[in-house]
Write a protein that binds this ligand. Structure first.
Ligand code: GLA
Length: 661
């Protein structure tokens, strides 16, 4: 590797599929550690993440370090052949930091302090917090730089905090000066002429704290951008410290799946390995589809290459209203789904279920029932499966001809409290569109609207309320080169300062779809539907007038919008001004994909069977309630069982086959 090149995921995995989880030995006596290591070996665990919440143990008093226990843990794991993903412990500062330095604590929008006693009680903007976080990171990196167990750095944990306090306000002003230059430009970008908000001095500019009535949407949007950037600064500061000590050890941070707080596209560029935590609800009939969405998104953030499933649950989580365990086989099914969609690591929170603390009812790879418990026995089976398929699967990549576009800035702007319908949220719309593609067995990547999209035949925009000029031009250019573009409602409404574009939709897009005038938006009530020719729309509808250039339209039927276009097609550009019911959206996208020359992974797949190709391996995953037979022409070897099969395979409930020609 040339000295300047960054290490890659392959430097961590070295041809294996990683299997393991968060390991918190500080919660247990040392006898348990030896037992842990025995069980890890038996279960095929080859990686654990250590130290995520260990700051108080590593630095019990300011500047006083206790690394002895961690030395022993690292040595023990290394001796057992288990690699260590070493975490900086900065997500949960020790109580002394908050007591001695209250300026490290974040404030909510009412000015209330968030104190220790939980976790993530740190202000991303606090210079004192950053200094102490840097110091413990420095000490950790210096101590373990040469340790043979160290395979990957894991910075912090699920960065997800906001701060409306004074120090954050000062940093916000600096950030705004950088973005807007002058106060005049800020006033212009925020539209402060509305409601007498004009700023005459930078000192007047605040984070969007509690107000009597609706907040300025552009101010809120910039605050969200700022928050993502501040958290990213915390990440890169620690990343740079560990890189200085270990230039060849890759760095990651585990982001929450589809979490609104951080712009994960931007973050992925700063990581050597992209990782994600994923907790679909076992009771959600669309849990597998949600998983697929997050996995597609994460793979895309990793540039199509391997990524890490850093955390999932072996059974129940402990933070939903009602927390269900995973029925037999579901953990295995969802783990193999992640591998199918490009993961090179299947990891859990956490190895051993805690007996104390806030998450003592959150499952572990070794649950309260111990090694003979069903959950642990299933974990062992997964470990064996991963070892068996790794040599065939790891070299393979998932490729897609369909890109779904997503952008955090658009999400932030689109969900302002002054919008026309609170029923419309980006996750609902995004999931509906991805579901339609997933159920149509079309493999999808995700992309940012300004990315190079030239390798995709079909580009799907569930909703991009805010589009920059560059993004609009990019979409237009894709259609010009012959790609198929399908846009959902409320797309292209605002520019990057959340200013409504002329006519309510960017004129370049209106021309693309053959729309002369967007007269009105007609949001629907929860549960309300609107008849269209051949299907029913949900959530939203639009009063559009075509300009006569569209090649085809599907009209609304009945009511105020009777006869007006619900769907327009002009050449290869489609606009869908409502959210068709699930079966209708699936049928529409299937038809459009066929026209674009995009084929499903396999023809004739039963409904609840997911098929994904990763390199030469064909994964078949049964998400249905009972056994199912899948037609797969030809002779194949099932890598999981070692058996050869011809033309068809029967999968039990939660069953998986990984086939190779
Ligand atoms: C997240 C966190 C873990 C743990 C789990 C519980 O993924 O990173 O520390 O709290 O949630 O689901």
């Amino acid at each position: 590797m040339p000295p300047s090149a960054r290490p890659t995921p392959a430097d961590v995995t070295r041809g294996r599929l990683l299997f393991g989880g968060d390991y918190n030995p500080e919660q247990w006596p040392e006898e348990t550690w030896r037992e842990d290591v025995r069980l890890m070996r038996e279960a095929g665990v080859n990686t654990v993440t250590v130290g995520v919440f260990s700051w108080a143990r590593l630095e019990p008093r300011p500047g006083e370090h206790d690394f002895g226990w961690l030395d022993r843990v690292m040595d023990l794991l290394h001796g057992a052949g288990v690699g260590v993903v070493l975490a900086t412990p900065t997500a949960s500062p020790p109580p002394w930091l908050g007591r001695l330095h209250p300026d490290t604590l974040p404030r909510d929008e009412d000015g209330h302090l968030e104190r220790w006693g939980g976790r993530q009680h740190f202000s991303h903007s606090s210079a004192t917090y950053r200094r102490h976080a840097a110091a413990i990171t420095e000490a950790l990196a210096a101590r373990y730089a040469g340790h043979p167990a160290l395979t990957l750095w894991h910075i912090n944990n699920e960065y997800c905090t906001y701060d409306w306090g004074d120090e954050a306000a000062a940093r916000f002003r600096t950030w705004l000066r950088h973005r807007h230059g002058t106060l005049d430009a800020l006033n212009e970008a925020w539209g402060t002429a509305f409601w007498s908000q004009g700023y005459g001095d930078w000192a007047e500019v605040l984070p969007p704290r509690r107000t009597h009535y609706l907040k300025n949407p552009a101010q809120v949007l910039d605050f969200r951008r700022f928050t993502s950037d501040m958290l990213l600064e915390c990440f890169t500061a620690e990343r740079d410290i560990v890189r200085r000590h270990t230039p060849r050890v890759p760095v990651t941070t585990n982001v929450m799946p589809l979490w609104e707080g951080v712009d994960a596209w931007r973050w992925a560029r700063e990581e050597d390995v992209v990782s994600v935590d994923l907790y679909p609800d076992p009771r959600d009939p669309l849990g597998a589809q949600y998983g697929a969405l997050v996995q597609d998104m994460t793979r895309s953030q990793a540039g199509g290459g391997p990524w890490m499933l850093m955390e999932q649950a072996a059974g129940a989580v402990a933070w939903r209203g009602v927390n269900h365990p995973k029925p037999r086989g579901l953990n295995r099914l969802w783990s193999l789904q992640a591998v199918a969609r490009g993961a090179d690591a299947v990891c859990y929170f956490q190895w051993r279920q805690s007996r104390q603390g806030a998450e003592k009812f959150h499952s572990g790879m070794v649950g309260h029932a111990g090694e003979h418990g069903r959950t642990h026995q299933e974990v062992r089976r997964i470990g064996a499966d991963l070892a068996r398929i790794a040599p065939h699967v790891v070299p393979g990549r998932v490729t897609a001809e369909v890109a779904v576009l997503h952008d955090w800035h658009s999400w932030w702007a689109g969900e302002h409290e002054g919008r026309l319908s609170r029923e419309v949220t980006l996750p609902v719309v995004l999931r509906a569109w991805h579901r339609a593609l997933w159920e149509a067995h079309l493999t999808t990547d995700f992309a940012h609207p300004e990315h190079d999209l030239t390798r995709y035949r079909m580009i799907v925009v569930p909703q991009l309320y805010l589009l920059t000029d560059a993004a609009v031009d990019n979409l237009v250019a894709q259609v010009r080169r012959g790609a198929t573009l399908v846009c959902g409602f409320l797309t292209g409404v605002a520019d990057e300062d959340d200013r409504v574009r002329p006519g309510g939709m960017d004129p370049r897009l209106r021309e693309l779809f053959g729309i002369r005038t967007l007269h009105e938006w007609w949001p629907l009530e929860a549960g309300e539907t609107i008849p269209c020719e051949g299907f029913r729309g949900t959530l939203w509808s639009e009063e559009l007038e075509g300009d006569g250039t569209a090649d085809a339209t599907t009209p609304y039927r009945g009511g105020e919008l009777d006869g007006l276009p619900a769907v327009l097609r002009k050449g290869t550009a489609w606009y869908v001004s409502t959210l068709p019911e699930p079966a209708a959206l699936r049928a529409l996208l299937t038809r459009i994909a066929t026209g674009a020359g995009v084929r499903p992974v396999l023809d004739g797949l039963p409904e609840r069977v997911e098929a994904v190709r990763r390199g030469e391996a064909l994964f078949l995953l049964n998400h249905g309630a009972g056994p199912v037979t899948v037609e797969v022409p030809g002779t194949h070897r099932d890598l999981l069982t070692g058996t050869t099969l011809t033309d068809r395979v029967t999968l039990p409930r939660h069953g998986v086959a990984v086939l190779r020609p």
